[in-house]
Design a protein around this ligand. Structure first.
Ligand code: ZN
Length: 197
C-alpha cells in the first residue's frame, strides 16, 4: 500500500536497479495474479526468499506494505513497513515485518475512511477513499517459523494489513471503494514509481 506521502529514494539505494522488481499492474497480463487467490507456502525457506524480494522492491519504490502477488508470486506472504512519523507519529514502531500465512481472525465494527494508493494500481498514482475497520486480530507466521496472534489497535496499521491481506485474496483497494466515492479519486502523478526506474 502507498500512503499519499512524498517518497524520496537515496542515490545509494538505486545501485541494484536491475535486481529490483517493478510491481505488476492491475489490468495487464502480468497483473492477473492480483485477481486470484494466492497459494499456501509449504516451506518456510520459500517464505523467507519471497520476503527478501518484497523487501528489496519496497525499499526501492517506497510504500508502507507490499504483497507477493504484486511481484508476480502467487503465495500468501506480505510485508508491512511502518514507523512513527509524520501524521502517524502515534504509530507503534513496527519497522519492517513479514506476515506469512496471515489470517484475519476478527475486525472491529467501527470503521474509518482514509485515502489509499497501491504500487500495482497505475504505478501508485491514483488515490481513493476506502472505509476499513479500526482494529483487528491477526494470526500469522514470522520469518523464524513461529506463529503469533496479534491485536492491532492502531487504525492505520490495521488498514495497511487489510490492504495487503486483500492482495492475497485477489482484491485491490478499488474493489473496496463505494461507488459514490469514485468521483473523488485523485491523481498524484508526482508519486509515479516509474520515476525511480
Ligand atoms: Zn496494494
Amino acid at each position: 500500500m502507498r500512503d499519499n506521502l512524498k517518497v524520496t529514494v537515496a542515490a545509494s539505494e538505486r545501485e541494484s536497479i536491475m535486481s529490483v522488481i517493478l510491481p505488476k499492474q492491475a489490468g495487464t497480463p502480468e497483473g492477473t495474479l492480483l485477481f486470484r487467490e494466492s497459494e499456501e507456502i509449504t516451506k518456510l525457506s520459500e517464505g523467507v526468499k519471497i520476503f527478501n524480494s518484497l523487501k528489496k522492491t519496497l525499499d526501492y519504490y517506497g510504500g508502507v506494505g507490499l504483497a507477493a502477488p504484486q511481484i508476480g508470486i502467487s503465495k500468501k506472504v506480505f510485508i508491512v513497513n511502518l514507523r512513527p512519523e509524520g501524521k502517524n507519529s502515534d504509530l507503534p514502531d513496527i519497522g519492517l515485518k513479514a506476515y506469512i500465512h496471515p489470517e484475519i481472525l476478527g475486525v472491529s465494527e467501527e470503521t474509518n475512511v482514509h485515502a489509499e494508493g497501491c504500487l500495482s494500481v497505475f504505478y501508485a498514482t491514483v488515490y481513493g477513499e476506502v472505509a476499513r475497520p479500526n482494529y483487528l486480530k491477526i494470526r500469522y507466521t514470522d520469518l523464524k517459523g513461529n506463529e503469533h496472534t496479534d491485536e492491532i489497535s492502531h487504525p492505520f496499521h490495521a488498514r495497511v494489513i487489510l490492504h495487503e491481506n486483500d492482495h492475497l485474496h485477489g482484491k485491490i483497494f478499488l474493489q473496496r471503494m463505494k461507488q459514490e466515492d469514485f468521483s473523488r479519486l485523485h491523481w498524484e502523478e508526482n508519486l509515479d514509481i516509474r520515476k525511480n526506474v
